[in-house]
Design a protein around this ligand. Structure first.
Ligand code: COA
Ligand code: ZN
Length: 315
């Protein structure tokens, strides 16, 4: 495989993950989680979202969380917004970057943000103005890039036209989001091979959900085509409350483990990340899907069973 030497991971667990938890995660525990992730060396953290508190009551404390986190030099802190109202709130909360959301599928966009794609793009044009005036880069994620749980296939020309509008608004990067884990590696490469030459200079991010155990294969497929920005979620938290069947993102520590086993740099301290994941499991009060927390790293060795050592032939 031909893979890049360095990958930049954006942690989305405290947004994509905490938004779907049934129990409201107390504000101080959200802050603690963000700080643990920053201390583990995460270069980018999507801390929260500035959306309607009626739509996502779990993140109604977004401003308090942003105000109380410890800003680590070297970590970029962002928040997700669906409209310019959210962007104004995010700028007031001193985000470093604004992340936006729109879906490539009409049905999912209506279910998620109660707007048609065209209405959303109108709001995002206003969002881009807010970001531009505040001097904040805008990164735009596109939900259901690889398929929609209501409509099935999303035609590539439809996806391309959403990308074109967002790039036209000045988006610094585009996130290709597999919201309900429908993508496969061949499809991921087909979509990137279609889009990348048409939009030179755009920074592409792959946002995966591991709903069907294809997240890491999909990420490797994107990396082979030069994608070096990947979203991931501590412990494998996550899911869209408005997309049936959505489950967790690719698990950050599993992804970092996989990349580090292959010698690919992320700048993240895997041991600190595993500890952060253990703490997040305690916070949410259940075991999370991540495998490395259970299995340990591939370098882990076990003591031999009794009597075996003496019988190993000398070399
Ligand atoms: N932050 C806070 N409040 C907001 C807001 C924002 N970004 N955008 C709108 N609101 C408020 C409005 O002021 C209004 O308040 P009021 O009832 O007190 O007057 C209320 O929310 C409804 O606003 P409206 O513009 O009519 O929106 P809506 O009810 O059609 O909802 C969204 C549209 C986009 C605001 C809402 O669907 C939403 O926030 N969705 C987010 C979904 C999400 O985060 N999904 C998971 C991540 S992909
Ligand atoms: Zn997601």
């Amino acid at each position: 495989m031909k893979l890049p030497e360095h990958v930049t991971i954006c942690e989305v667990g405290t947004r994509d993950g905490f938004q779907i938890e049934l129990e409201f995660i107390p504000t101080d525990q959200k802050i603690e989680t963000v700080n643990l992730l920053a201390r583990a060396g995460l270069p980018r953290i999507e801390v929260t979202s500035f959306v309607s508190p009626k739509a996502i009551p779990q993140l109604r404390d977004a401003a308090e969380v942003m105000a109380a986190i410890t800003r680590r030099p070297g970590t970029t802190y962002s928040a997700l917004v669906p409209n310019d109202k959210g962007a104004v709130r995010a700028v007031d909360a001193r985000v470093d970057e604004i992340h936006t959301v729109v879906s490539a599928s009409e049905s999912h966009n209506l279910a998620n943000v109660n707007m048609t794609i065209a209405e959303s793009l109108g709001k995002l044009a206003a969002t881009a103005e807010v970001a531009h005036r505040a001097g904040k880069p805008m990164y735009s994620g596109i939900s259901c890039t690889f398929g929609c749980p209501f409509e099935g296939d999303v035609p590539l020309p439809q996806l391309e036209s959403v990308v074109r509008r967002l790039v036209g608004m000045g988006a610094a990067g585009i996130g290709l989001a597999d919201t309900t884990g429908m993508a496969n590696p061949v499809q991921v490469q087909r979509v990137i091979e279609h889009l990348a030459p048409r939009f030179p200079g755009v920074e592409w991010t792959l946002h995966t959900h591991d709903t069907r155990a294809m997240a890491i294969p999909n990420i490797l497929a994107a990396m082979e085509l030069g994608v070096t920005h990947i979203d991931a979620s501590i412990g494998g938290l996550g899911g869209c409350p408005f997309a049936p069947g959505a489950s967790g993102n690719v698990c950050t520590e599993d992804l970092v483990h996989c990349l580090s086993a292959m010698g690919i740099q992320t700048g993240i301290d895997l041991d600190a990340l595993i500890q952060a994941s253990e703490r997040v499991q305690a916070i949410v009060g259940r075991a999370l899907p991540g495998q490395i927390v259970k299995a340990g790293k591939w370098t882990r060795k076990y003591p031999l069973p009794d009597g075996v050592a003496a019988r190993i032939p000398a070399r």
